[in-house]
Design a binder for this molecule. Structure first.
Ligand SMILES: Cc1cc2nc3c(=O)[nH]c(=O)nc-3n(C[C@H](O)[C@H](O)[C@H](O)COP(=O)(O)OP(=O)(O)OC[C@H]3O[C@@H](n4cnc5c(N)ncnc54)[C@H](O)[C@@H]3O)c2cc1C
Length: 461
């Protein structure tokens, strides 16, 4: 088995294949751990944790007020915050290297290019590897479309932001998706004046309206400006700043000057340099097409997973697909996943998470459903930790009494949504959840309470 890429998709696929008895090699042309470990999930969450802590200094929070002089961290603090995030990335990356050793996965630091459906050439070594099976997990790269190409100085992409250890006085962010809003949270918490430009009628348009509106007002209270329904036309670079030109909803052209501009319009699949033409496989909008078993047809021995096949660009989707593809390759018949089983999380200070169908999707599908919600401020733990904003909402089937979708706006929403992922995958009934005991006081009691509310037996609302 040859696996291309060591991101969450590739490293999981390789370890699973090796566990199942395959002689497995991983090819990695850059850092071990891919985007997630080096330029995505891990460093962003490390930076956000430091930034949230910094933002609480100088404010009276929970009866404690630690005075501080500057609203912007000094240069040594900025360096220490970024250094901590790089160390977090390195620790995770080294963890994967030791897992490869533990599971006898051979790691080759080189770029792989297909020669045919059983041979791959190693670019630097100039050698050809023969394989029975291959899993492509080559991931994605920042979307760099004119006029937003990064120059790493004034116009940034997410990689520049994660590597530069610089807090611009003013930052314009193009794109109000997850990456854009997490970056808005990061830089505004560290003192930048942040403005977000979103093309859609709302930031985070894939969320439930109550979540997107809740986050919008939270951000606005924190001083972040948000322009929705706008189109960025171009960027005029100056010596140490840039003018962002955008059309507003009334079609007026506006100019705003920023020290830095961050392009957070998304990612693009990384399939260009794989030699897909040698496999006679055409990409679709840059993505590698796969069948239900992640096979790159007509080649039943070649699989593709993760960001490079499209769908939700999330690490846990990539790693689950890695598991499944490795199992199909070894002749097993694993349970597959559907798009709606993949939870998504926005890790801002007030966080949002969801799994399953949104109300819009249920209405479009004409599925029969009921909705119930529970306010976070009715939870004892929310009061104890002084974070009362938010709501937990579920859509459920009125006769089957199973959950169709769960959507949360609350602190630690990403931890809480996991319960609903498990309930939904296993079609656990509301009554069974209500018969379980949740520890008190916890934020996860909201899960118990919202289900009790659906059954009409909540004693706390
Ligand atoms: C700023 C940011 C924050 C994010 N935060 C989260 C988050 O909190 N939670 C979450 O779930 N997701 C998050 N993501 C998304 C997540 O990082 C990706 O979905 C995930 O990394 C995709 O995994 P993958 O294995 O498909 O590819 P990748 O992680 O992109 O890994 C692909 C690897 O393949 C290597 N490669 C490519 N071509 C070749 C070749 N020809 N030969 C050898 N090696 C090759 C690349 O060098 C790379 O290391 C974030 C993304 C970004 C940008």
């Amino acid at each position: 088995m040859v696996v291309i890429g060591s991101g969450p998709g590739g490293y999981t696929a390789a370890i699973r294949a090796s566990q199942l008895g395959m002689n497995t090699v991983v090819l990695e042309k850059a850092e071990i751990g891919g985007t997630c470990v080096n330029y995505g999930c891990v460093p962003t969450k490390a930076l956000l944790e430091s930034a949230h802590f910094f933002a609480s200094i100088g404010k009276n929070r929970l009866g404690v007020e630690i005075p501080h002089k500057n609203k912007i961290p000094d240069s040594s603090t900025i360096a220490a915050i970024w250094d901590r995030s790089r160390k977090a990335a390195l620790k995770s990356s080294m963890g994967i290297t030791s897992l490869f050793k533990k599971y006898s996965v051979e790691l080759i630091r080189d770029a792989g290019v297909f020669v045919d459906s059983h041979h791959i050439s190693l670019t630097a070594a100039g050698e050809i590897l023969e394989f029975d099976y291959a899993i492509i997990a080559s991931g994605s790269l920042p979307l760099e479309k004119p006029p937003y190409e990064s120059d790493d100085q004034i116009i940034w992409n997410y990689r520049s932001a994660l590597l530069k250890s610089e807090i611009p006085a003013s930052l314009g962010i193009i794109g109000g998706g997850i990456i854009g809003m997490e970056m808005a949270d990061l830089f505004s918490s560290l003192g930048s004046k942040v403005t977000v430009y979103e093309y859609a009628p709302s930031i985070l348009p894939f969320l439930e309206d109550f979540q997107a509106k809740g986050l919008k007002s939270h951000f606005q209270k924190e001083g972040v400006k948000i322009h929705e329904n706008v189109r960025v036309e171009n960027i005029l670079k100056e010596e140490s700043s840039a003018i962002l030109r955008y059309r507003d909803a009334q079609d007026n052209l506006n100019n705003e000057k920023y020290d830095r501009i961050l392009n957070a319009t998304g990612v693009r699949p990384n399939a260009e340099a794989l030699g897909m033409d040698k496999l006679e496989v055409a990409t679709v909008n840059g993505f590698i097409p796969v069948d239900d078993e992640y096979r790159v047809l007509p080649h039943r021995n070649i699989f593709a997973i993760g960001d490079v096949i499209g769908g939700r660009r999330l690490a846990h989707k990539a790693s689950r697909e890695g598991h499944i593809a490795a199992e199909f390759a070894t002749g097993a018949n694993p349970a597959t996943i559907s798009e709606h089983e993949i939870p998504s999380v926005v890790y801002t200070r007030l966080a949002a998470a969801g799994v399953g169908r949104t109300e819009k999707e249920l209405m479009a599908e004409k599925t029969c459903y009921k909705m119930v919600s529970f306010p976070v401020n009715a939870l004892a733990m929310a009061t104890a930790i002084g974070q009362n904003q938010g709501e937990m909402r579920i859509y459920y089937h009125p006769e089957k009494e199973t959950i169709l979708g769960a959507h949360i706006l609350s602190p630690l929403a990403g931890e809480i949504i996991t319960y609903f992922s498990v309930f939904m995958k296993n079609e656990i009934h509301l009554k069974e959840i209500a018969e379980s005991i949740f520890p008190h006081p916890t934020l996860s009691e909201g899960v118990y309470e919202v289900v009790n509310a659906a059954l009409g037996v909540s004693c706390n609302i």
